[in-house]
Design a protein around this ligand. Structure first.
Ligand code: SAM
Ligand code: DTB
Ligand code: SF4
Length: 329
C-alpha cells in the first residue's frame, strides 16, 4: 500500500519534540493527508470505539489540578458536592445501560489522589470484575497506584488504567503543584508492569504553547510500547476553577492534535475526549478524518456535559463511520 509517510512499516519511539512540532504546524491539508495515510495503513476502516464514563467517587480531591472541578482546593468557588464511593450494584447497572446503548468500554473515575488499600479499593475491584464479566473493556482512573495495587486490578479483569500526563513536563508545574510529573510516570510504569494497557493523554487549552503540546506527544510516543489508548481532551472550563476564563480551544487545534497523535502513535486508540460539547459535527468529522477512533459516549463525562447518545450515533451514521463492536484490543 502506498502511504504518504516515510518508513511506513516502522513504529517509532524516538520522535523528537521538533519533529512533532513540525507535524503540528504543517498546512492542515498536508497534515490530514498524512494522518489519513497512517490511519488507513494501521487500522483499515474507520471504526469508532464508544467508551462510557462514570464518576464512581465525586469531588473533594486533595490534589490541586487547576482545570479540575473536583479539586477540594476550589470547592468554595465551584460548589462541587462531595460524594462517597458508589455501591457496586448501581455501577454495574450503569455499565449495563451503557452497553445496551452500544458502548464496549466502561471507564470509572474516582476523585482520589492515590489508591488506598481497604474496603473502598476492594469495592472498586468488585466493580472492575463486574464490568469485565459483562464482556466490556474495563478502565479505571483512581490516581496514583502502587505495583501490588496494579496487580490486583489486573487480576480483577481490568483492561486499562487511565492516568493522564495532562501537559508537557515544563508546563505541568503551572497546572499542578501537589504531585510531580515523575509521580505520574511511576504510576504508569506500575500499571504497565502489571500487564495493564495504558490509557494516557492530556488536555489542551490550558494556556500551554504548541511546543508544550509537542512535548507531551513526545513523551507519550517515546513510551515503549506506545500507550494503547490516548485521550486528548479540550479543556472544559468550569466556573470556580482557576482556568475558568482561559480562551477556548479552537476546534482545528484539536484536529491537529488528533493527527499528530495518530502519526506518532499509529496503533493507539486516539480518543476525542472532553470538549465535544462545544464542537460542531464538522469539526468532529475532521477529528475522525485525522485519525481519532474513539469517543466518550453518554450524556455525562465525569461531572460535565457530553453530547447526547442519539446525536453521536446520528453523526457516526451520517459520516458513514462504523461503531466498534466488542472489545477492540
Ligand atoms: N483523580 C484521578 C487522576 O487525576 O488521576 C482521576 C480522575 S481525573 C478527573 C481524570 C482526568 O480528567 C484528568 O487527568 C484530566 O486529564 C481530565 N480532566 C479533568 N478535568 C477536566 C476538564 N475540566 N477539562 C478537560 N479534562 C479534564
Ligand atoms: C480523560 O482523559 N478524560 C475523561 C477521562 N479521561 C477520565 C475525564 C474528562 C473530565 C472532564 C471534566 C468533568 O466532566 O468533570
Ligand atoms: Fe483530583 Fe484527578 Fe481532579 Fe486532579 S484531576 S483534582 S487528581 S480528580
Amino acid at each position: 500500500m502506498n502511504i504518504p509517510v516515510e518508513n511506513d512499516s516502522l513504529i517509532r519511539h524516538d520522535w523528537t519534540t521538533e519533529e512533532i512540532l513540525e507535524l503540528l504546524e504543517l498546512p492542515l491539508m498536508e497534515l490530514l493527508y498524512r494522518a489519513q495515510g497512517v490511519h488507513r495503513h494501521f487500522w483499515g476502516e474507520h471504526k469508532v470505539q464508544l467508551a462510557s464514563l462514570l464518576s464512581i467517587k465525586t469531588g473533594a480531591c486533595p490534589e490541586d489540578c487547576k482545570y479540575c472541578p473536583q479539586s477540594a482546593h476550589y470547592t468554595k468557588k465551584t460548589g462541587m458536592a462531595k460524594e462517597s464511593l458508589m455501591d457496586i450494584t448501581p455501577v454495574i447497572e450503569q455499565a449495563r445501560v451503557a452497553q445496551k446503548a452500544g458502548a464496549t468500554r466502561f471507564c470509572m473515575g474516582a476523585a482520589w489522589s492515590r489508591v488506598r488499600d481497604g474496603e473502598e479499593f476492594d469495592r472498586v475491584l468488585d466493580m472492575v470484575q463486574g464490568v469485565s464479566d459483562l464482556g466490556m473493556e474495563a478502565c479505571v482512573t483512581l490516581g496514583m497506584l502502587k505495583p501490588d495495587q496494579a496487580q490486583r486490578l489486573a487480576d480483577a479483569g481490568l483492561t486499562s488504567y487511565n492516568h493522564n500526563l495532562d501537559t508537557s513536563p515544563d508546563y505541568y508545574k503551572e497546572i499542578i503543584s501537589t504531585r510531580t510529573y515523575d509521580d505520574r510516570l511511576e504510576t504508569l510504569e506500575n500499571a504497565r508492569k502489571a500487564g495493564l494497557s495504558l490509557c494516557t493523554g492530556g488536555i489542551i487549552g490550558m494556556g500551554e504553547s504548541w511546543t508544550d503540546r509537542a512535548e507531551m506527544l513526545q513523551v507519550l510516543s517515546n513510551f515503549t510500547p506506545h500507550p494503547e489508548s490516548v485521550p486528548i481532551n479540550a479543556l472544559v472550563p468550569v466556573k470556580g476553577t482557576p482556568l475558568e476564563d482561559v480562551a477556548p480551544v479552537k476546534p482545528l487545534e484539536m484536529v491537529r492534535m488528533m493527527a499528530a497523535a495518530r502519526i506518532t502513535m499509529p496503533k493507539a486508540r486516539v480518543r476525542l475526549s472532553a470538549g465535544r460539547q462545544d464542537m460542531s459535527d464538522e469539526a468532529q468529522v475532521l477529528c475522525f478524518m485525522a485519525g481519532a477512533n474513539s469517543i466518550f459516549y453518554g450524556e455525562k463525562l465525569l461531572t460535565t456535559e457530553n453530547p447526547d447518545t442519539d446525536a453521536d450515533l446520528a453523526l457516526i451514521k451520517e459520516a458513514g463511520l462504523m461503531v466498534q463492536e466488542g472489545a477492540s484490543g
